[in-house]
Design a protein around this ligand. Structure first.
Ligand SMILES: [Zn+2]
Ligand SMILES: [Zn+2]
Length: 149
């Protein structure tokens, strides 16, 4: 399985914010950099724990507010809520997901693991398609090996 490319330099992160029309305060930049440096699909709480080490005065509410701003400007995405709690998509590249139904781990799966996805039949009129996102549900390596023993 090919890992999904995700490295963005500090400059690239700043450029993305600027292109999205976001004013960059020091605090916002720290939050965004930490978010992008974290592993796949972090929770806002985990992000808060990391950012707080750099800005101890920061509140969880501020982190949530900034996440909301990032989402509104298309810099990160919220993942569907059925994963148990809010999780953030910090990988800007198109990809799909492997979702563990037991421990809720979400792993990125490169787009080219699939044939290009096309509709076989027409979909209801009026729906504007933006992208495809496939979720493969199952048990992760850890969960499937622990269920055997
Ligand atoms: Zn699992
Ligand atoms: Zn992802």
């Amino acid at each position: 399985m090919k890992p999904v490319a995700r490295q963005l330099s500090r400059e690239a992160l700043r450029d993305r914010c600027r292109e999205a029309g976001l004013s960059l305060t020091h605090q916002r930049l720290v939050i965004y950099e930490e978010l992008m440096a974290m592993g796949e699909h972090p929770s806002p709480e985990a992000l808060y724990e990391r950012v707080r080490k750099q800005i101890p005065s920061l509140s969880l509410a501020t982190v949530y507010n900034n996440i909301k701003t990032f989402v509104e400007h298309g810099l990160v995405r919220e993942m569907s809520i059925h994963h148990g709690s809010l999780r953030l998509e910090n990988n800007p590249n198109p990809h799909h997901h492997l979702v563990c139904t037991r421990c809720k781990a979400i792993e990125d799966l490169a787009e080219d693991n699939f044939e290009p996805i096309r509709f076989k039949k027409s979909i209801p009129k009026g729906f504007a398609v933006h992208r495809f996102s496939v979720e493969v549900l199952g048990l992760c390596k850890r969960c499937s090996s622990s269920s055997k023993s």
